[in-house]
Ligand binder design. Structure first.
Ligand code: PMP
Ligand code: PLP
Length: 536
């Protein structure tokens, strides 16, 4: 391992917020040096005696790592797990049991006496697993990165923004962004500065010009020194940033001294590019059957370019184990990790010991290779869902891929749907009729981001003063399908990056079974065709 060649994180303490600076060092830190000494009797902490914990043992039946196949023929394997649950011995054969005793025989094992006790930065065994995972998968470009568990990326971002940003300051983000991230910062008076996007995510050209032309007086605040970004399977747009773009943005952030907060819940939901049904019928398994090749095919984390320790990466188990596990972790420099730990000490403290111990036992049972195989299986499941969803959309709108124009499909270009006489067809820009909607097939995550073109829509101006986006959204909801209207996601709500001639919808293909997805698409298509006065 080239770890000796990597430099340590540089001192970026000037980025800490006033709040973070006002937090003292941990009073327990001074005591810590005594705790490790053999024979020391500690009467310092107010620790309840574990004998009084009512849980003697907890356990679970868990799926085996290869429960989901790498088969990309498009089967909905989520329905199989329900089948196993109700009918199957097969399900039992696909599980193993894990259990955690109150007291373990060796300190290597997870015990409830430790997991349910007060205690610092999370279970030692989980830290060890995550260190190996981060080193092997993300390969940070500096040597002394730290891992700090949190209770999911919502908590991760909440701690980071309080640790780095002062009320009244601004931060950079994609022009469309995750609404809860804004709900975290808005009440603190922190302003999102939207950066335009293209199909590869945040534009490095626009980022540079906004930073270069920053006018403190006109903007009413200092140039931002923090960026919040969702680079993979971007929420809401589903775009994934290439490594070239990440490198460009990283270099700009070095030049302008900006901390990058990489909120990356969809990293392992990266999918091969969408290929239309007719062209992929001969495929049965994905390109990658070897886990190392699959990992190498994923767009790298910002950590891979981070030779200075200016990236705070947020990972979460929400999409790979369960949102209710409320567990994730920061990867960042030791300086930021220490401040984030202090920040968490006054709110969540360490994540819940039940969840932590069960997840830790699961991961150490599966081991690194098993967890990677699990993640790969989940990625393939979401690819199948995405493909099914786009295929169904194509069927409903008679979207026909042009075989003479294969690059158009395979380059993750924008797909445009046009109304032509009585049909909607997918065609190359400008070729046919009135443009109805466009989307970029997502290359990661769980969302389709549909841009609807209302400029030539007779239905849009028919009823009252509501924006066409809302009019159409209400009609779809009344027909029985609830999707997310685009305006939720504008980084600058007062000046959304769009006008009344267009609207957006975020549609999730992650949850419903395939038949329900088909039904939903049918409803959306019917309402849209009626709205646009297009008939079959
Ligand atoms: N308040 C007081 C007065 C306490 O003594 C303690 C625990 N030592 C706490 C709060 C922390 O409580 P909890 O573990 O529920 O966060
Ligand atoms: N960040 C982004 C970009 C998300 O899309 C989500 C979930 O939808 C979260 C954070 C929330 O993650 P967690 O469950 O880890 O708090």
């Amino acid at each position: 391992m080239a770890s000796e060649k990597r430099q340590k994180a540089i001192d970026l303490s000037h980025h800490l917020s006033d709040l973070s600076r006002a937090r003292g060092v941990s009073p327990l830190k001074g005591l810590a040096k005594y705790f490790g000494r053999p024979g020391v009797i500690s009467l310092a902490g107010g620790l309840p005696n574990p004998a009084y914990f009512p849980f003697n043992n907890i356990g679970a039946d868990v799926l085996v790592p290869d429960s989901f196949s790498l088969n990309t023929t498009g089967q909905d394997e989520s329905s199989l797990s329900w089948f196993w649950k109700f009918f199957g011995r097969a399900g039992k054969e696909r599980t193993t049991s894990i259990s955690i005793p109150k007291f373990s025989e060796t300190t290597e094992q997870v015990s409830l006496a430790v997991a349910l006790q007060y205690g610092g930065i999370g279970l030692r065994q989980l830290q060890a697993f995550l260190n190996e995972f981060v080193e092997k998968v993300y390969q940070p470009a500096y040597s002394d990165f730290s891992i700090l568990v949190h209770t999911g990326n919502t908590d991760g971002w909440s701690r980071v923004m309080q640790t780095l940003i002062n009320p009244g300051e601004s931060f950079l983000t994609e022009e469309w962004t995750y609404t809860s991230a804004l709900a975290t910062t808005n009440p603190h008076g922190m302003h999102a500065v939207p950066i335009p996007m293209d199909k590869d995510g945040m534009s490095s050209t626009d980022l540079r010009s906004i930073l270069a032309g920053w006018d403190e007086k006109a903007r009413g605040c200092k140039r931002p020194h923090v960026m919040y970004t969702v680079p993979v399977g971007q929420n809401p747009c589903g775009y994934t940033m290439s490594s070239i773009r990440k490198k460009e943005i990283y270099n700009i952030c070095v030049e302008y001294d900006i901390i990058i907060v990489e909120d990356d819940p969809y990293y392992f939901m990266q999918q091969e590019d969408y290929v239309p049904k007719s062209e992929r019928s001969s495929q049965s398994t994905g390109k990658y059957v070897n886990e190392a090749d699959w990992l190498a095919s994923l767009s790298p984390s910002y950590l891979k370019f981070d030779y200075q320790g200016r990236v705070i990466r947020l990972d979460t188990f929400s999409k790979y184990i369960a949102p209710g596990s409320r567990l994730g972790w920061h990867t960042c420099s030791p300086l930021f990790a220490e401040r984030l730990e202090r920040q968490g000490e006054t709110s969540t403290q360490t994540p819940c010991g039940f969840g932590q111990s069960l997840v830790t036992q699961l991961l150490t049972t599966w081991k690194y290779d098993g967890y990677i195989r699990w993640l790969h299986g989940i990625a393939v499941q979401y690819k199948n869902r995405r493909d099914f969803f786009i295929d169904t959309f194509g069927d409903e709108f008679h979207l026909v891929p042009s075989t003479s124009n294969i690059g158009f499909w395979k380059d993750r270009q924008v797909f445009d749907a046009y109304a032509k006489s009585k049909k909607c067809v997918m065609a190359e820009k400008g070729e046919l009729g009135t443009k109805l909607f466009s989307f970029v097939p997502p290359s990661a995550g769980m969302f389709i981001w549909l841009k609807v073109h209302f400029e030539n829509c007779p239905g849009a101006n028919a009823s009252g003063a509501e924006r066409p986006e809302i009019q159409l959204w209400v009609k779809i909801a009344e027909a029985g399908v609830v999707i997310s209207p685009g305006w939720f996601f504008a980084a600058d709500e007062e000046n959304p990056p769009t006008d009344e001639t267009e609207g957006h919808f975020r549609i999730s293909f992650s949850y419903a079974d395939f038949e329900t997805l088909r039904k939903a698409v049918k409803i959306i298509a019917n309402v849209m065709k009626e709205f646009f006065r297009v008939s079959d």
